[in-house]
Design a protein around this ligand. Structure first.
Ligand code: UD1
Length: 342
């Protein structure tokens, strides 16, 4: 298939491009470099020996996107492009709504107008909101998200559902990610957030390389195994593989398909710190701090649907993910990019 990947130079996008090329798909990338670097395409080339065509372009610009559709005639789109920082979305809600909703509408309109009938959308477990019933199945209700970033995922899922309702031959997979971590084992691709990381593993990586002094553990009084928050951490290459499997499902004409992508296993913050130390041999200094607003105690996926309907299984462990994340961080540590505010 010829697959247009929006945000294909980003963290999850670039790993998915690797898996797509390895599976024999032809890939075209569109990315505006908002949160990614242009040399990612050379790194992709180094790993798979194929340099996909890249358009440095904002997906929100529908006229430009339309030109790309007309020229490239993709069979499918995987839509990653979007802003993703939870904290920033609370500070700049309009910027998040404008960008994330606009880009999704542009993609959908271009698909409709060009008879492109297969879409994979990068959704998130954040759409389940606060839920006590673990593991989280796809039948758990979609709730109001606790922040504008999450709210855009809720809204885009609804938009895609509505499009599917009136276009019976349109196929869309809403993939609800749990917590993607890790990096490519080559050390060439990984997560490189601008500024101070919000998410756990990027933060631990920077503590491990000495870029940050210590990890702040947000809360140790949750009703969990050791009091710290529990999440379902999935290696980014496993997540990427899920997209290739979803594409196959779409090709067979499945209409709307909603699926969690996680491992099914919960890991607490302190368990993750131990795993990281075991995988890398580096000691991670940490301090217990108050809970972070908006955090839930536990979140992990029911994985039966992914297994039964996609044949999805994980190839990597969290130890692999810690090791790969650390290798990437070491190889790409430029300088002390973050403010040492802790
Ligand atoms: C967060 C977002 C979620 C988004 C996801 C993207 C919030 C409330 N949720 O999920 O909407 O889809 O990232 O990957 O921001 N932790 C620490 N210290 C840190 C960072 C995190 O103790 O410096 C803890 C958190 O309290 C949590 C766990 O580590 O228990 C995971 O946090 P994080 O990596 O930010 O992911 P989520 O909160 O699950």
């Amino acid at each position: 298939m010829k697959v247009l990947v929006t945000g294909g130079l980003g963290f999850i996008g670039s790993h998915t491009v690797i898996k797509l090329i390895e599976a024999g798909h032809q890939v075209v990338i569109i990315d505006n470099l908002f949160n990614s670097k242009p040399d990612v395409v050379d790194r992709i080339d180094k790993i798979v020996g194929v340099k996909p065509k890249v358009f440095i372009q904002d997906v929100c610009d529908k006229d430009k996107l339309m030109e790309i559709f007309k020229a490239e005639k993709p069979d499918a789109v995987i839509h990653f492009a979007g802003y993703k920082a939870v904290g920033e979305s609370c500070q700049k809600p309009l910027m998040y709504y404008r960008n994330n909703i606009d880009s999704a509408l542009s993609v959908l309109e271009c698909m409709m107008e060009n008879e492109c009938k297969n879409l994979v959308f990068s959704s998130s477990a954040t759409i389940y909101g606060e839920t006590d019933k673990m593991p989280i199945t796809e039948l758990s209700p979609r709730k109001e998200a606790t922040n504008p970033y999450g709210q855009t995922k809720v809204m885009i899922e609804r938009i895609i559902e509505d499009v599917c309702k009136v276009n019976p031959d349109f196929n869309a997979a809403l993939l609800r990610y749990f917590n993607p971590i890790g990096a490519h084992p080559s050390g060439l691709l990984g997560e490189d957030p601008n500024g101070l990381p919000n998410n756990l593993l990027p933060y631990i990586n920077k503590v491990a390389t000495g870029e940050l002094d210590h990890l702040n553990v947000f809360g140790n009084d949750y009703p969990t195994v050791d009091g710290t928050g529990v999440r379902d951490y999935i290696h980014v290459l496993d997540l990427a593989k899920g997209h290739v499997l979803a594409l196959k499902k779409l090709e067979n004409g499945c209409g709307l398909f909603v699926c969690n992508l996680g491992t099914g296993k919960g890991t607490s913050v302190l368990e993750m710190v131990s795993a990281y130390e075991k995988a890398t041999g580096v000691k991670i200094k940490y301090e217990i701090k108050p809970r972070r607003a908006g955090d839930v105690a536990e979140s992990y996926a029911a994985t039966n649907k992914a297994k039964e309907e996609l044949g999805f299984e994980c190839d990597y462990t969290i130890l692999d993910a810690c090791k790969h994340g650390y290798e990437f961080q070491k190889a790409n540590k430029v300088e002390l990019k973050c403010t040492k505010n802790n």
